[in-house]
Design a protein around this ligand. Structure first.
Ligand code: IMP
Length: 174
């Protein structure tokens, strides 16, 4: 089926927001070391920009999950395909997500990584869908709240396409 893109957030707005989030996170942590954990693959571009906006002492790691759908709704089963390389015990950790929808992925990661006794564990997501506000998931840093549409660009994909768009767009079918 043919599909088209509808601009939602320009590259300029993303850059300004990322800069703002980076500065805010750095000022919250002062000169402490921050472990940024990007959730692959969607967060790779956001993490690269956020890490540079933040400055200071930063270590970077990545993790990858996959969730299995049963029928139309997510099964709620999250599998870790790549776990952390860094030992996070006693560290200040910020999970970096591209988008939070139901919060299933994030809940699972928070629970799992909390058991490793980080000093603090927070979340920074560039985008937040409306479903996320219905369930109680703490997300300390949010870029934009968006409508309940499927979006692509700036790291987000549809079948691995569109990740390289510098802006965020709604993918409309037909
Ligand atoms: P959640 O576990 O339901 O919060 O889903 C989060 C994951 O679903 C994100 O990390 C994305 O990989 C994917 N996702 C959710 N909504 C979108 C979207 O609009 N575009 C692209 N990926 C999405």
């Amino acid at each position: 089926m043919a599909s088209h893109l509808e601009l939602l957030i320009t590259a300029e707005r993303i850059a300004a927001k990322t800069e703002e989030l980076g500065v805010r996170i750095r000022s919250d942590y002062g000169d402490r070391q921050i472990i940024l954990v990007g959730i692959l693959k969607g967060s790779f571009i956001f993490l690269a920009d956020l890490a540079r906006a933040m400055g200071g002492d930063v270590e970077i790691d990545f993790a990858q999950t996959s969730s299995y759908a049963s029928g139309k709704s997510s099964s709620g089963i999250v599998q870790i395909r790549k776990d952390l390389d860094i030992n996070i015990e006693g560290k200040h950790v910020v999970i970096v997500e591209d988008i939070v929808d139901t919060g299933t992925t994030l809940n699972h990661l928070r629970e799992l990584w909390s058991t490793r006794r980080p000093k603090t564990l927070k979340v920074c997501s560039l985008l937040l869908k409306p479903a996320a506000s219905k369930v109680k998931i703490p997300i300390e840093y949010v870029g934009f709240e968006i409508p309940n549409e499927f979006v692509v660009g700036y790291g987000l994909d549809h079948g691995e396409r569109y990740r390289n768009l510098p802006y965020i767009a709604i993918l409309r079918e037909g």
